[in-house]
Design a protein around this ligand. Structure first.
Ligand SMILES: *Cc1c(COP(=O)(O)O)cnc(C)c1O
Length: 412
């Protein structure tokens, strides 16, 4: 008897021809030459532009689409994003500099994150970006910076809601949290937030990442908006900006399916007109990272060795968790699961009869890219492809670990 295992969502968004996967019309072996032969990430600008256009097409009037820079801060990619989304969200002064360099207007940048350095806050206030206060210390630093710089600090309050986002891959709200100020504490702070160097603009609620349940996201958007409406009664100034977060997921693992935006759009169609009626000309912001770029990127690394150990076949690649921590399972996974993989230059070959284990070159058993996977028969020199690698890849990996060269990044 065979038990059918859950499969990955189909990875047909990169076409193949002559046995090779192509990105922007360029065959993977040619891309490998362009990258200098070593491991590389490649991002498809047309797919990213299409994904953004698809989202913008269904957002009701008044909803602004922001890109969360931490998902992928490659400079060329940020430039592409800057011309297509309405704003950026950054989480450090370094990301703020990259956002400004990419051409995003300071007025449309939000800065969030726990543990902001004094100097970062001053830089953000000087640049004129909206800072999400996540603690009383943030508020104090913002007021000081506003007075020192001579213009009031634009601030929003990031609220840690009392409710939880269910089914999120990574929870950032509900219960005790380093992120945001507890809902119960916000009311008492609000009266002081529009004087002495502070210019209050609104609220930010972000409850988690990598959610594939559209109904849960819709429910969370409605609950977040209701929370903002309650707090707005005590707001010391007009509400100009409401950042409702996002957390839209993409399918990484067997059994996961692509998100259906329908219920989310339905929720926003209720929220947006209500918000305009209550608050007038208010920006409702969705901040998306991986949903905009994650599917449009591949990680590609050459197979260096094929060895058999006590009957098990190992494919050993040139790059591993040093370049792609997430695919190795060490970036927030509890039980390790495989990303979708392919042999990029053998796309027409049939699957081999026996599963293989794909490992990187590092001297640690954590360096696994594929555990017990069925791939076409592969040899040294072939190119292993990891799909769904456009977000939390190069910049979210310990590239200095073990002294191997960093991955090249291409945008085509
Ligand atoms: C990380 C983060 C995001 C982006 O998350 P994705 O899962 O990539 O969409 C958005 N907003 C905040 C506040 C974040 O911390």
């Amino acid at each position: 008897m065979t038990i059918s295992k859950p499969a990955h969502a189909p990875m047909t968004h990169f076409p193949t021809s002559h046995g090779e996967i192509r990105v922007g019309g360029i065959a993977v072996t040619e891309l490998a030459r362009r990258a200098g032969g070593g491991p590389f990430y490649v991002y498809d600008s047309a797919q990213i532009a299409q994904r953004i256009a698809d989202v913008l097409a269904v957002l009701p009037a008044g909803v602004h689409l922001h890109y969360a820079v931490k998902a992928n801060p490659m400079p060329a990619l940020l430039k592409l994003m800057a011309s297509r989304v309405n704003g950026f969200d950054v989480a450090s002064a370094g990301e703020l500099e990259m956002a400004l360099d990419a051409g995003m207007a300071a007025a449309n940048i939000g800065f969030a994150g726990p543990g902001k350095r004094d100097q970062e806050v001053r830089q953000a206030v000087a640049a004129g970006v909206l800072v999400n206060a996540e603690s009383e210390r943030d508020i104090r630093l913002l007021a000081e910076a506003g007075r020192a710089v001579g213009k009031p600090a634009r601030l929003a309050v990031r609220v840690n809601p009392a409710f939880e986002l269910r089914n999120a891959g990574m929870k950032m709200g509900g219960g005790p949290s380093a992120f945001g100020i507890d809902e119960e504490q916000v009311a008492a702070l609000l009266p002081s937030l529009n004087k002495d160097g502070l210019a209050f603009e609104g609220f930010h609620v972000y409850a988690g990442s990598q959610n594939l349940r559209a109904e849960a996201i819709a429910q969370y958007l409605r609950a977040s908006f209701a929370l903002v409406c309650r707090l707005a009664n005590l707001a010391p100034a007009r509400i100009a900006s409401i950042n409702l977060g996002g957390g839209f997921g993409i399918p990484y693992f067997p059994g996961e399916r692509r998100l259906d935006l329908g219920p989310i759009v339905a929720a926003l169609r209720d929220i947006a007109p209500d918000a305009q009626q209550r608050f007038g000309d208010v920006k409702l912001i969705l901040e998306l990272g991986r949903y905009l770029v994650g599917e449009a990127g591949l990680y590609v690394t050459r197979i260096l060795d094929r060895k058999v150990s006590r009957g098990r076949v190992f494919l050993i690649t040139e790059g591993g968790l040093n370049h792609h921590l997430a695919a190795s399972g060490n970036f927030g996974q509890v039980l390790r699961k495989n990303y979708p993989l392919a042999i990029g230059n053998r796309m027409d070959a049939p699957p081999a009869a026996t599963p293989v284990t794909v490992v990187g070159p590092l001297c640690t058993p954590l360096d696994i890219l594929g555990d017990n996977v069925i791939l076409p028969e592969a040899q040294p020199g072939d190119l292993l492809v990891v799909y769904q690698s456009g977000a939390y890849g190069a910049s979210a990996s310990p590239q200095a670990f073990l002294g191997h060269p960093p991955a090249v990044e291409l945008l085509v």
